[in-house]
Design a protein around this ligand. Sequence first.
Ligand code: PMP
Length: 475
Amino acid sequence: MAPSEVIEAQGSTSTKPTQHQHRSGGRLAHRSFNHEPLMVNSAHGLQIHLANGQTILDACGGAAVATIGHNNDEVKAAVQTQMQQVSYVHTQAFTTRSAEDLADLLLEGGPGGLEMALFVCSGSEAMEAALKLARQYHYERGETERVHLVARRQGYHGNTVAAMSVSSNVARKLPYQMEGGGGLVYPHVSHVSPAYAYRYQREGESEDEFTARLLREIDDEFQRVGPGRVMAFVAEPVVGATAGCVPPPKGYLAGVRALCDKYGILLILDEVMCGAGRCGSFFAFEQEEGVTPDILTMAKGLGGGYAAIAGVLMHARVVDALKKGTGSFVHGHTYQAHPVSCAAALAVQRIIRRDGLVERCAAMGEVLERLLREELRACRSVGDVRGRGLFWAVEFVRDKDTKETLDPGVGFGVKVQVAALERGVAVYPGSGTVDGVRGDHVLLAPPYTVTEEQLGVVCRVLREAIECQEAKYLG
Ligand code: PMP
């Protein structure tokens, strides 16, 4: 593969699907400066129509973004109405019905004790806000020595400086390492082992023993740093992009919650990718008893691709500390709670609730799992198939028995993506290096409206795309 064909995207390598190329003006900075992505003319439901006449079945919702499909008339009408009423006001002095109603809808019934919502424009912004919020919580309570963040060597939390600091993507961090060590600009960060059973659960170790070992490591890390210095523990309940749809072992999140409680450390759950119904429950954390985040972020499924919107949801104890202290969150953006974005997200969320799409996501997820396991059983390169709801990943290996990874230079996941695109299906590739082991995967995250028939096509095409790469790279 020529160097010009390779980009590092989300810690992954991607290749240009040359045959689909359709020239753009050349002035827009694409993910790679060296190749052009596919030109899209329109999209409806799960179908993406390209300028070259090809139609692609969207089996990944972009990057787990689209939840109700593309081009929904009700969402378009809601956006138009909002535009006609008020397109923008600044939140310093004003609010709008759509922003208030969106917060009310998400927090109805006080899920996990969450009480207040802040809306920003991206997952990274939401994580940046969440990290600052955790700091302000301790500051208001006079615990100003709490500056340290503990995260996991397999998380992705965004591209802004603090969010990148808690992330583990080595390639994305490299250009920004500071002289003299200390990582990125935010230096008080350490990482513990990922809750990644396929690669971290030891031979003969039960799930409970694995969970207990991971929790001991977190406790040890809190002790090493000094529990009174730790501000927050940061984790995705189901890991998204870095290793691909990794659910934690049973009892892990509840155990983390208990450890945080023991030391007065906040728990920040990043549901930017796995939330908003994607895992088959509205919040991914709800699938385990006894887990309540202090701060929760969500983004992709919130607006379902109709708006650039993300949410930061705060537990009552965080709200209370801020109310008793400064009286506000010392943080703000010009486009915070943007009325048009909130109107779009509100329409998406109302559709999800009205049409029972979270339940549908859980049910179709079972179909997807069955089809994936059936179709890919004989594939030599498929080491692991894992996920929840409509959030599934297929991890590729050179050898199923030893779990030896493929040559990173090949970019196997991206090759599978390109082969699937040629056959009319979009999947999302990724790779991450955890403790020197570089895993390759593709991710499936179709809209919750996907049909069984479409899932059948996706799994068949994926198998063909994988087999075609196996013939080339496994001999
Ligand atoms: N957190 C997680 C878990 C994510 O998957 C992502 C994006 N893939 C982000 C944060 C950052 O979101 P954004 O790209 O919208 O800034």
